[in-house]
Ligand binder design. Sequence first.
Ligand code: 26Y
Length: 825
Amino acid sequence: MWKLMQSYIKNDKETIQQSIVNHVEYTLAKTRFDFSIFHAYQAISHSVRDRLIEAFNDTAQYFTHHDCKRVYYLSIEFLMGRYLQNALINLELEDNYKEAVLELGYNLESVYEQEVDPALGNGGLGRLAACFLDSMATLNLPAWGYGIRYSYGIFRQLIKDGYQYEVPDYWLDNGNPWEIERLDVNYPIRFYGYVRKIHENGKEKSIWEGGELVLARAYDNPIPGYDTYNTINLRLWRSLPAREFDFNSFNQGDYFKALEEREKAEYITSVLYPNDSNYSGKELRLKQQYLLVCATIQDVIRRFKKKKRDWKELPEKIAVQLNDTHPAMAIVELLRVLIDHEGIEIEFAWELVYKSFSYTNHTILPEALEKWGIDLLGNLLPRHLEIVYIINFIFLEKVSKKFPNDHHRLSSLSIIEESNPKKIRMANLSIIGSHAVNGVAEIHSKLLTTTLFKDFYELRPKKFQNKTNGVTPRRWIRCCNVQLAQLYTEQLGGDTWVTDLTQVRCLENMVEDPDFQNNWQRIKRQNKEQLKWWVKENCQIDINIDSLFDVQVKRLHEYKRQFMNILYVIHRYLSIKKTPADQRHAKFLPRTIMFGGKAAPGYINAKRIIKLICSVADKVNTDSEIGDLMKIVYLPNYNVSNAQIIIPATELSQHISTAGLEASGTSNMKFVMNGSLIIGTMDGANVEIAEEVGKENMFIFGALVDEIEGLRNHMRNTEPSQYFPPELNEVLQKIDEGFFGAVDELRELINTIRNRNDYYLLGADFKSYLEAQKKVDECYKNKSLWTKMSIRNAIRSSKFSSDRTIQQYADEIWGVKAFQIPNPS
Ligand code: 26Y
């Protein structure tokens, strides 16, 4: 019988201090009489980790004892951000530590700053996985995340002379107090080799052998839930040389060569690919994917087999969620293990597989869809290629029964693209191998069924679902906006809103309350002060605290249209210049326009957009006629920690993608929760935000998704100078004349929208963007109106809690129930 032991750890101030000091002395081997803030951070983290580990072990035991169905969330990226504050808040120990640490001579907030950001992700998809872990822990779901422990996370971005420089992010330099290295959890991973066929009991058997072996070692990262003792796990794999020695090379005396070969194994998990929009079929990337998948499936099966049971129970005991197609080889890998190692008949094995898997799509951009060349795949994973062909054959047979002689349909549904060379379409494999497929916002899920996956939808309409994204209110309100959190707690008479965000809706009756409005404004102002300080420190620019803080932070991409934003900024600048000096302050409201985000290292146009923004910033910020009417800032190295400062300080945030192209967006949700107003298009989750907060509380503009095709045709058939509004032509001409310098590269940039190839329709949306901006200015003049709109945005945003999202996944896709471990204290 499972029994909960009394917790060994006390959380009074003295015990906490003792544990910190012990770690200083015995873990770090530093003297307890004099230690730096960095060592304080390390010792505090170890002390918090001790508290996590108890709960972590108990939770694992509890799940095993109850033999619950488990969820495995597979993702090639987890963009976790800093741990310490989040862990303390989820354990409800922040106040205890604050006091304890202060007496030891340190301010806890400064200690937080010591932590490097574990940035094992690019952007939206990786951060979503991190929010989901927090919600799965908080909702007491028996869930684990599986990913890769890259030695280098996303690069650190430096901006020099208006150009982006990429610096490697060796985040493990100072060790990682949060992880638990599992020396005893190592799985062999094979690459290359060949498939040998043998006959056993009249049946053909496939044996994959030869090639190279490496090991995947587990590193566990405890994830505490909020207001629960449950603590789940993020298991990250690191590649290591296999233990077997290559005796041949050693015996032939080529000792160093043999060692060199071994060292190569470590390279597999060394670096995160910094591209999130343009697929390129690199072998190393496929090795990373396979390592994740192969180690995870071995781990999952080992856990399933701990108890003696029938294979038919597999889908009742496991649910595997694929975060996009990156881990989709798991489908083939599980099938391979079942048929080749466990000797299960393929039809039955296949049923077990697709009932266990589900797949989330995050983009409809064709250039981001994964397709592996069959040569590359067949060379690295020969048995998997065979199995893909078998899956495809069985699947297409069924299709042709339903749609005889429909070759067009068959070729669009096929896993194999009949190009030269042939390619494996990972999205098709993922759909065929899953019982549920979902998009990440209503409009995106709808587009999947009507465009990209139309043929699949016609085949199995019930497979397709929507799960609108969400973000965790723990990190994105409670941690990053402490004062707003306090206000909510005071007003609602408790902090249960942190796990039930729908409660803040009750504050609707406070919208008109002048005291509440004042508090609201005071909090925003303090957050603005903090950002002002950050900007001074990191960009050496003084910004006007009374100006409107206007922010666009996200990965640089043409479809996200940072380009359109800066073109508008130029227009605004030119308009100020044209206005007589004595009328400028009456006519224009001061604005601070901030941009931030990384460009993929090889994405030339994205880098040109950064250059344009910085060139305009240079010109405007040093123009004495402008003064503090306008400042432009490029916030360097946008990441999770900076976002926690930027988002609460923002008054207007921009989500202005061409309709149909942003699957969801998640920062839009974070901004709204923190009382920012949105200027945006009817795209991604903006559409649902408008439903929740009311269109009248946003600045919506631009073409709708059904208008895009018509506009593109119009654009291709019209002279750009005629189809562009005059304001845009003027701006483009200024850039062309060299008004902002860097003529050659900026001309290349503007040529991407001239010459009838304005694919992202900046020209078509520019006019309505100008009008929306005008409304922003009018509205900001009326402080009380703006404040009311801001409050309404925040208190109507509860739909976008990832708790809601995860509950829907649990009920409608995974079929898992909560198991809450009783609190021992
Ligand atoms: C294959 C490779 C080039 C690749 C690597 C990373 C392709 C895509 C990605 C990442 C995509 C991503 O982050 N997508 C974003 O996912 C968010 C979470 O669902 C969405 O909110 C956002 O709209 C979408 O762009």
